[in-house]
Design a binder for this molecule. Structure first.
Ligand SMILES: Cc1cc2nc3c(=O)[nH]c(=O)nc-3n(C[C@H](O)[C@H](O)[C@H](O)COP(=O)(O)OP(=O)(O)OC[C@H]3O[C@@H](n4cnc5c(N)ncnc54)[C@H](O)[C@@H]3O)c2cc1C
Length: 389
């Protein structure tokens, strides 16, 4: 049996948040979605508009610059923003994820230094865990964070980091104890990305080019010990635990992107005629769209339930993993159907469906692949006997 969750109504505040975010997404973001991909950079003034609307670091308390919202509201924002631009949908997610990690594990001084500026959009944050030889197997990262008095000296590479090209700061995971090869011995830090010895490269990605995924290199980078998050050597289990909600936000992000394609496709098949009728008269056209509406609604509800469990303080690890493997896949399939229903025109950049397909595909990998998510669900059901290592 699933956990208890029956009230499907949004509060008046949540409805107002949805309306504001959708208004911003459809008038400010959607018209420039394809142009922004060609620009290959992030518009920092636009990021500040997110901040002014209270859409960054949304769950952080007001005294730290946040909007003090619940996680369901954050999911509603993620969906709405991604309706306008999937890539910019990373902004509410990363600012909330990194912001919550800092709020929970940083010293008060570090939190006060960074969080208000993350919330205004002045500072772009990223989360740097993955390495060239450790993605799914994240407990085996190698980046060295060697303690020398009041500093940790970083050497190594982080790769596949969203916003690597533009970020001003990162939460970085490194090995502070080389004698411990697994999760023990990993520490987490707040790292300003303008420190000497840091360089970056950007990937030539298939999609979400606006977020500049890439590598960050550290060569004898001195990070103050006061930037440590949580306890030394406990960065993996202690600092990373409790952030399952991000997987439901990713689900909402993908559903929002796909919903934009589905909505546009209903309009298209009503207007376009073949064999003397609007396309929508043919059940071979309307039924697939009706199926995609159904699947997207189911995925949305799963994500919202997961965020509701988070807000209610209940365990939601399995539900979050379900959101993460399923919603990006359902969204990709829905967009593919929309592209096909546009005929030859859908295969060109006259329409945004090809871009949305490329964009959402990345999130079948980012933050953990479907296989890893299914391992988590199995582990939640029957315990570690289901884990193959
Ligand atoms: C768009 C995007 C954004 C990202 N953003 C970030 C970011 O901001 N920060 C960050 O740190 N990382 C980020 N990543 C990296 C991402 O988290 C990793 O790519 C992901 O965890 C998988 O790691 P990997 O690529 O090394 O694949 P691998 O771990 O090498 O896996 C390769 C394949 O093997 C499968 N596999 C591996 N182990 C098992 C197993 N035990 N059982 C079954 N199958 C298995 C995987 O599912 C996958 O299909 C991002 C990735 C993408 C694509």
């Amino acid at each position: 049996m699933g956990r208890d969750a029956m009230d499907f109504g949004l509060t008046p505040e949540q409805k107002a948040i949805r309306d504001t975010a959708m208004q911003f997404a459809t008038t400010r973001l959607l018209p420039g979605y394809q142009e922004r991909e060609k620009a290959d950079r992030i518009d920092r003034e636009l990021v500040k508009e997110f901040g002014a609307l209270g859409m960054l670091g949304t769950t952080l308390p007001e005294e730290l610059g946040g909007a003090g919202l619940d996680f369901v509201s954050t999911g509603i924002i993620a969906e709405a923003i991604s309706y306008g631009d999937h890539g910019l949908g990373y902004l509410p997610l990363l600012s909330t994820l990194v912001g919550e990690i800092i709020r929970r594990s940083a010293s008060e001084a570090v939190a006060r230094e960074w969080l208000p500026r993350i919330c205004t959009g002045e500072v772009l944050p990223c989360l740097a865990l993955t390495e060239p030889e450790a993605g799914s197997d994240a407990a085996h990262i190698k980046l060295r964070a060697e303690r020398r008095g009041d500093t940790f000296v970083f050497n190594g590479e982080k790769t596949s980091i969203s916003l690597a090209a533009w970020a001003d700061m990162a939460v970085v995971f490194g090995r502070s104890d080389p004698e411990s090869p697994g999760a023990h011995g990993i520490s987490a830090f707040v790292v300003p990305l303008d420190l000497p010895g840091i360089s970056r490269t950007v990937f030539n990605d298939l999609g979400t080019r606006v977020i500049g995924r890439g590598s960050i290199f550290f060569e004898d980078v001195e990070v103050p010990a006061s930037n440590l998050l949580g306890q030394e050597g406990r960065g993996f289990r202690q600092v990373m635990a409790g952030f399952d909600f991000n997987r439901a936000l990713i689900g909402m992000q993908c559903v929002g992107t796909a919903q934009a394609s589905v909505d546009e496709t209903w309009t298209y098949v009503v207007e376009r005629k073949a064999f003397g009728s609007p396309l929508v008269k043919f059940e071979g056209v309307s039924f697939p769209l009706a199926e995609q509406e159904t699947l997207l609604e189911a995925a949305r509800l799963l994500c919202l339930k997961t965020l509701w469990l988070k807000d209610a303080g209940q365990r939601h690890t399995a539900e979050a993993a379900m959101c993460k493997w399923w919603a990006p896949k359902v969204s990709f399939d829905a967009i593919t159907e929309c592209l096909l229903l546009h005929g030859h025109a859908g295969y060109s950049d006259d329409y945004p469906h090809q871009q949305r397909m490329r964009d959402v595909l990345g999130l079948q990998i980012g933050d953990g692949t479907a296989q890893i998510m299914k391992l988590i669900i199995a582990r939640e059901k029957v315990g570690r006997v289901a884990v193959p290592y």
